[in-house]
Design a protein around this ligand. Structure first.
Ligand code: MEV
Length: 438
């Protein structure tokens, strides 16, 4: 159906819903019920969610799970994870337990610099532009004082602004490339406000720069925006133990396990098709914690994948080695996260998640999130190189299949018990349900 509407955002919530169900649904009552059953009975809480975005019609639930027993730099954490994929929290918990008995995870923040750029066009002499930039740089920083003074009081702010000549790539294209320290804030609003102020000052002052011709005075600002590529906002997470300590009920031959594990990582380092899936598994852990703590997982995803291709080929984010009988598995990953601002003070579940994590600083959260990613990759590779992934996946997926068939609590208990000793496949589960119901 081809139906457009103007003024939709001005309609009330129930008018919006009426228009949607009238336009797109044959069973209107059922469609309405699906939406309204997710409304919160606490009106204030519902209003809070309504106002996060435009045109809210209902709430979209994801499970919030927790993975306990994460020992990170000697401190125990229970990590909150918001995710729909059945096996992720279970895998994280298993990896946490495995490493709890082997010294836990170590994590270090390597750098915290964020980047923003004013992209502009200038069609005059580059040398004159350089001279203009030199003369105006302090003014750019001074004019942003009202935005930066609070951040500066806490020890952050603008670190530097550079002029970058990009004309070899695109005729007339230059940037003001600025670096920032935003402390516990993710800093998107702070950085964007600074950049827009730089752009205003930069354009205005150019009109007064003596050495510019009239054409050169007309600097054309294209846009001012932070970069989600943050290769200098890096955290390292690591686990390590003697190879002989790797044995457990799954790995009875720890040397063979360690070698195969390292091979699996090496494959992801050289083969992009594998690297994408390998890194996707890491992001299962990372996104779940990023989302639970109210951070921007799209920004994190974009930055992480750009980092994974920084050498020109998409490659594994994790690395592993065996040296002098010691197995080491590690990852360095860019993560621009905040524990103040944004949703962190607004969404009750985000506040809960941050309190559960002992109200971390942004640096501590970077460490926790990186560890969740490393743990997830460890769990995936451990399954892939031993039993295969489907054993665990299908066990977790069993409940989804049972729910698809509206299994009762008794049916679920019976079938789960049956599959303790049988291989879970979709067909086998359907057969088991049929047999039970006969
Ligand atoms: C599934 O969500 C993630 C895995 O495919 C990751 C991997 O293959 O390493 C299991």
């Amino acid at each position: 159906m081809n139906t457009s509407i103007s003024g939709f955002s001005k309609l009330s919530k129930s008018e919006k819903i009426n228009w949607i169900v009238d336009t797109y649904f044959s069973n209107k009552e059922q469609a309405k019920k699906i939406l309204t059953q997710y409304w919160n009975s606490d009106n204030k809480l519902q209003q809070l969610h309504d106002e996060f975005i435009e045109n809210t019609i209902t709430n979209y639930y994801l499970p919030l799970g927790v993975a306990p027993n994460f020992l990170i730099n000697g401190k125990l954490h229970t990590i909150p994870m918001a995710i729909e994929e059945s096996s992720v929290v279970a895998a994280a918990s298993k990896a946490a337990k495995f490493w709890l008995d082997r010294g836990g995870f170590k994590a270090t923040v390597l750098s915290t610099t964020k980047i923003g750029q004013v992209h502009f066009m200038f069609h005059g002499q580059p040398k004159k532009l350089e001279a203009y930039f030199k003369s105006v740089k302090n003014r750019l920083i001074a004019d942003a004082k009202s935005i930066t003074q609070n951040m500066e009081k806490r020890g952050g702010g603008i670190l530097d602004i550079e002029l970058r000549n990009k004309t070899e790539k695109l005729s007339g294209y230059y940037q003001l490339h600025a670096t920032f320290e935003t402390l516990d804030a993710m800093g998107a609003n702070f950085i964007n406000s600074c950049l827009e102020q730089f752009a205003t000052t930069f354009k205005q002052e150019a009109l007064r720069f003596k050495d510019f011709t009239d054409t050169e005075k007309q600097i054309e600002i294209v846009m001012s925006i932070l970069s989600n590529y943050v290769p200098n906002c890096l955290v390292r997470a690591e686990v390590s133990c003697p190879v002989s300590d790797l044995s457990d009920n799954k790995n009875s031959h720890p040397e063979a396990f360690a070698q195969k594990f390292v091979q699996a990582v090496n494959i992801a380092e050289v083969e992009p098709y594998r690297a994408v899936t390998h890194n996707k598994g890491i992001m299962n852990g990372i996104d779940a914690v990023v989302l639970a703590t109210g951070n921007d997982f799209r920004a994190v995803e974009a930055g992480v994948h750009a980092y994974a291709s920084r050498n020109g080929t998409y490659s594994s984010l994790t690395h592993a080695k065996i040296e002098n009988g010691i197995f080491t598995f590690w990852m360095e990953i860019p993560l621009a996260l905040g524990t103040v601002g944004g949703l962190t003070g607004l969404h009750p579940l985000v506040k809960f998640a941050l309190e559960l994590l002992h109200k971390p600083s942004a640096k501590e959260l970077m460490q926790i999130v990186a560890v969740a990613g490393l743990a997830q990759n460890f769990a995936a590779l451990r399954s892939l190189t031993t039993t295969g992934i489907q054993e665990g996946h299908m066990k977790m997926h069993l409940m989804n299949i049972l729910n698809q068939f509206d299994a009762t609590t008794e049916e679920k208990a019976h079938i789960i018990n049956h599959f303790k000793t049988h291989v879970v496949t979709h067909r086998a589960v359907v057969e088991a349900i049929d047999n039970l119901r006969k």
